[in-house]
Design a protein around this ligand. Structure first.
Ligand code: PEP
Ligand code: MN
Length: 347
């Protein structure tokens, strides 16, 4: 069973309902979001008579759900989209879409500073950069790890940027949650349920990428793992699913999936147009397509010198390439379902 509290329900009202649930021998778990507070009732085998809850104020809806997925569906949680606020006036799932850009990996302090300076001057306020890299080969560069976190903190502070970086295990998750603003869980870890559960307990937005071979339903299960632990601040990222083996295309961006997802789920969805391609020349086309499909943001890899990048160089855009793409994106912006927000110098 799921109890949806009214917007503005007080802490006291929420706690009274929790106590009431515990009094009848069930377990209650609170999930607090910007749009709603939810109380999940665990441990009931049969139907709970909802008249028991009449005495409590602040309840908006009581939903009897016995299915394996509850919190992921918009219709179950009051039909309202969840706005994910990452700070600095940046909100996903509102009127604007947002760009997250930066290198695949943090390679040195200089390159992070140079990239932050460049992106900031272009009105972008969210930067990406991996410190812990889940590479396809154990012999490839695995990231600067702890050292990278120092550079991220310095760049984020100097340029007033929000930072996204990937956690690959509980150790990196605990370090990153002290430093970065959004924790990315990559495609390879989308079904690492114990890591997802941990993500549900921390007070940080999560950026969850869809796995290479995951259906939307698989993605929903992963989201439910985070939501069920109480974290509603999740940005979902379509990054391409693997369809054909041994062909030139690495992956296919599931454009229809974006609109299906937005219909069914209350969370924002962004599109990573770099990782599907392995080819920087294909990034602009995919970016325009994703904008047309109504995503809430874009993730694009940008590097000061892509040919020398330690990871994902072939798909990374140089500053010059990125400038050209920004011209196209600005032209497209008015036609897109959600125009892109570019921040002013002092914002
Ligand atoms: C990345 O963002 O650099 C990355 C490894 O992404 P994915 O998990 O989508 O492969
Ligand atoms: Mn990458």
């Amino acid at each position: 069973m799921l109890i949806v509290m009214r917007l503005g329900a007080t802490k006291k009202q929420i706690l009274e309902v929790v106590q009431g649930i515990e009094q009848i021998g069930y377990e209650a778990k609170i999930s607090k979001g910007a749009q709603r507070s939810l109380i999940l009732v665990h441990g009931n085998i049969g139907y709970i008579d909802e008249s028991y809850f009449k005495k409590y104020s602040g309840i908006r809806d009581i939903i009897h759900i016995s299915k394996r997925l509850k919190l992921v569906y918009k219709e179950n949680v009051g039909g309202v989209d969840s706005v994910v606020d990452i700070g600095n006036n940046i909100r996903f799932n509102e009127k604007y879409s947002h760009i997250i850009a930066g290198p695949c990996s943090v390679e040195s302090k200089d390159m992070i500073m140079e990239t932050a300076d460049f992106l900031h001057s272009r009105g972008i306020r969210i930067m990406r950069g991996g410190a812990f890299k889940p590479r396809t080969s154990p012999y490839s560069f695995q990231g600067l790890k702890e050292k990278a976190l120092e550079y991220i903190a310095e760049a984020a502070h100097k340029y007033n940027m929000k930072f996204v970086s990937e956690a690959v295990d509980e150790y990196s998750l605990s370090l990153l949650s002290e430093i970065v603003d959004v924790i990315q869980i990559g495609a390879r870890n989308m079904q690492n349920y114990s890591l997802l559960k941990k993500c549900g307990t921390i007070d940080k937005p999560i950026l969850l990428k869809r796995g290479f071979t995951s259906s939307l339903d698989d993605l929903y299960v992963s989201l439910e793992y985070i939501l069920a632990e109480g974290n509603q601040r999740i940005i979902v990222c379509e990054r391409g699913i693997r369809v054909f083996e041994g062909t030139k295309q690495r992956s296919i961006i599931d454009l229809l999936g974006i609109s299906d997802f937005k219909e069914e789920c209350h969370l924002p969805m962004i599109v990573d147009t770099s990782h599907a391609t392995r080819d920087r020349n294909k990034v602009p086309g995919l970016t325009r397509a994703a904008m047309a499909y109504g995503c809430d943001g874009l993730m694009i890899e940008v590097h000061p010198d892509p040919d020398k990048a330690l990871s994902d160089g072939p798909q990374s855009l140089s500053f010059n390439d990125f400038d050209m793409l920004l011209i196209e994106m600005k032209k497209m912006s008015d036609l897109a379902t959600k125009p892109i927000k570019f921040f002013k110098e002092d914002e």
